[in-house]
Design a protein around this ligand. Structure first.
Ligand code: 13P
Length: 268
């Protein structure tokens, strides 16, 4: 499959923001103005408490729901966790291994690997995040860190299981409120390394089928610059996904770029 034949994807990660009423208002606004796009999938990831009302609002729209985490056991005495069977029916996607969970909650590669395995077993599409800290980047270790995270987390999956995984490069140092920006070329450098490693583990065809996307301070002003890079196949958007106008504008930019590449019209 050519890289241009896949759909691109825009995922909004609302993180631990927005109350339930605020999440309802935002999802109603997005739903009202959302068109149906041929080349772009759209996902929003509210906090757990808001997933149920937001999923009811979006049930007849093309927008899919993602969770921001899930636990690797199906049920049991795991206070505060949410299992894949509880989530089933309300979400199709799940973010796993976000750097905020790695840093603030101590999630390790081996926990993340188990969660990814559970997610695919239960039919969710895992959105798996990889990224280096500023210190690691400064030490020239960005590529090594990120590729070793990928190997530890995805290396245990079978080819069938990995096929649906969405790989996200999210440099920790470029996530808001950081004022540092990742140049599109630097994002591509790491995404290419992640693609190559996936290709080495699962074959080039598999890497071609999977989606590799970027996250870190993406907004309606800089999205077009990233989209000039053919290897960036979508975005995981934090802060800017909670402004419905900005989020919809990013989606339209992605659709335009995907439509151009499907016709092999250069975007630059
Ligand atoms: P920002 O877009 O707010 O930088 O967040 C990125 C992110 O962490 C999305 O998961």
């Amino acid at each position: 499959m050519s890289i241009n034949a896949k759909k691109k994807i825009v995922i909004g990660n609302w993180k631990m923001n927005l109350t339930v009423p605020e999440s309802i208002i935002l999802s109603e606004r997005i739903e009202k103005e959302m068109a149906s796009y041929k080349y772009t999938d759209v996902v929003v990831c509210p906090s757990f408490l808001s997933i149920y009302p937001v999923s009811s609002i979006l049930k007849d729209s093309p927008i899919k729901i993602g969770a921001q985490n899930l636990f690797y056991e199906e049920k049991g005495n795991f206070t505060g966790e949410t299992s894949p069977s509880q989530l089933r029916g309300f979400a199709d996607y799940v973010i796993i291994g976000h750097s905020e969970r790695r840093i603030f909650l101590g999630e390790r590669d081996k926990d993340i690997a188990k969660k990814v395995k559970t997610a695919v077993t239960f039919g969710f599409t895992p959105i798996v995040c990889f990224g280096e800290t500023l210190q690691e980047r400064g030490d020239g270790l960005g590529k090594v860190v990120v590729t070793s995270q990928l190997e530890a987390v995805l290396g245990l999956l079978t080819a069938n299981e990995v096929a649906n995984v969405i790989v996200v490069y999210e440099p920790v140092w470029a996530i808001s409120p950081s004022d540092r920006v990742c140049a599109p070329k630097d994002a591509v450098y790491i995404i290419e390394a992640l693609r190559n490693l996936t290709g080495a583990l699962y074959g080039k065809d598999m890497a071609e089928k999977m989606r590799f996307i970027y996250g870190g301070s993406v907004d309606d002003k800089n999205a077009k610059e990233f989209l000039k890079e053919r290897l960036i196949e979508g975005f995981l958007v934090g802060g800017a996904s909670m402004d419905h106008n900005g989020f919809l504008s990013i989606i339209r930019d992605v659709e335009k770029s995907a439509s151009r590449s499907s016709k092999n019209i250069p975007g630059k």
